[in-house]
Design a protein around this ligand. Structure first.
Ligand SMILES: NC(=O)c1ccc[n+]([C@@H]2O[C@H](COP(=O)([O-])OP(=O)(O)OC[C@H]3O[C@@H](n4cnc5c(N)ncnc54)[C@H](OP(=O)(O)O)[C@@H]3O)[C@@H](O)[C@H]2O)c1
Length: 352
């Protein structure tokens, strides 16, 4: 059986999938955010290569999901593909999609859920990244959880929930007292302030006086993705045997940069390189490797805790990466606070 030491940053996701065929063959996998030229599509292709029973592909644009499925069908015609349309920024859309899936008797259980969809750094505070990247996924995950619990209770292969986060989480904790950006930095409690020095290093400006800055909004949402995984492990691992991991895919050439200016991206990549990280842009087929490994890697250990901090919850380049995850993103007290805040924002409590 292959293990993580055989994979590197540029290992194609399809090779990772091929190393764990039994964890994919005959399984049901859901991936959010599947459009042409996206990580979601590359992730789907890696799963499709190992004959899952069902690949449920979600997106907000029916045309894009259909185009992605047609692309997959041309290479892997024998897989059963399902399009599930949901707009993560709309709780009613998420509820409708979850209800559609829950009443589909042909899908009794779900083995793997990959919360991959995302937007980055919307320039103005219209629909915040937090609503799409975290709250939409929080609600969808909880609503369909009975199907994951069913898989965990009947299958000997891993049942996992993967949250696709980013190294960029490091720029901001969750602003529990100001999740919707109404305050500049000086007005925030110290524990909720963005990392201004780091921001200046990466973007050329600290943005300390900004009430809203798109990259802080993205960073908050990506920290929330990691804390969501921490909370899911606490609630689901011992009781149901369901694990959750948060994954940084690397710098990947997709449509994610659509809201960012090319000069910002260029400077950020230059800085990443100066810090000694591999800043080579990965192809989507390489960028999906850690997601696939987190979803099906047999040698991944369950997330543990050292004091208040989760260990083993954050992965990058096909391995656990406890060194490059911010302390505010692994704190189990913050994970509980985020869970409570998210329940408040969706108007529903969840107990499993
Ligand atoms: N690419 C990178 O360098 C990089 C680095 C770190 C982390 N990530 C993370 O990787 C994940 C995938 O991003 P990507 O690079 O593949 O970007 P992408 O090409 O822009 O794909 C994002 C996907 O999310 C979907 N999406 C956006 N808003 C949505 C909404 N409100 N409801 C439902 N779906 C929505 C998009 O749909 P539309 O096509 O209809 O917009 C698209 O399918 C994201 O979570 C991102 O934060 C990417």
């Amino acid at each position: 059986m292959a293990n993580s030491s055989e994979f590197g940053p540029l290992t194609p996701a399809i090779e990772v999938a091929a190393a764990f065929p039994n964890n994919i063959h005959g399984k049901t996998v859901i991936i959010t955010g599947v459009s042409p030229k996206s990580l979601g599509l590359a992730t789907a292709a890696a799963f499709a290569s190992q004959s899952p029973a069902n690949l449920i592909l979600t997106g907000r644009s029916p045309d894009k999901v259909e185009a992605a499925i047609n692309e997959l069908k041309s290479i892997y015609p024998n897989v059963k593909y399902h399009a599930l349309i949901l707009d993560l920024a709309s709780q009613s859309s998420v509820r409708a999609a979850a209800a559609q899936l829950n009443k589909d008797a042909s899908i009794p259980s779900v083995d793997i859920l990959i919360n991959n969809a995302g937007v980055m750094a919307i320039p103005t505070l219209t629909t915040p990244d937090f609503a799409t990247n975290h709250i939409g996924h929080f609600l969808f995950t909880n609503l369909i959880l009975p199907k994951l619990i069913k898989a965990a209770s009947t299958s000997s292969t891993p049942t996992r929930i993967i949250n696709v986060t980013s190294f960029g989480h490091q720029f901001s904790p969750v602003r529990f007292s100001d999740v919707n950006f109404t305050k500049a930095g000086a007005e925030l409690p110290e524990s909720e302030r963005p990392e201004y020095q780091k921001t200046e290093f990466f973007t050329g400006k600290s943005h300390a006086d900004d009430v809203y800055y798109g990259f802080f909004s993205y960073a908050q949402s990506k920290t929330a993705n990691i804390l969501h995984s921490v909370a899911l492990n606490q609630k689901l691992w011992e009781k149901h045997g369901i694990a959750s991991f948060a994954v940084h895919p690397g710098a990947v050439d997709t449509n994610i940069n659509r809201h960012a200016t090319p000069s910002d991206i260029e400077l950020a990549l230059k800085r990443v390189k100066e810090l000694g990280f591999d800043s080579a842009q990965k192809t989507p087929g390489q960028g999906a490797n850690t997601t696939v490994f987190a979803a099906v890697g047999s040698d991944l250990r369950p997330v543990g805790f050292e004091g208040d901090h989760a260990r083993g919850a954050y992965l990058a380049d096909c391995k656990v990466d406890d060194e490059n995850v911010a302390a505010f993103a692994t704190n189990k007290v913050f994970a509980e606070r985020l869970w409570a805040l998210s329940e408040e924002l969706v108007g529903e409590k969840f107990d499993f």
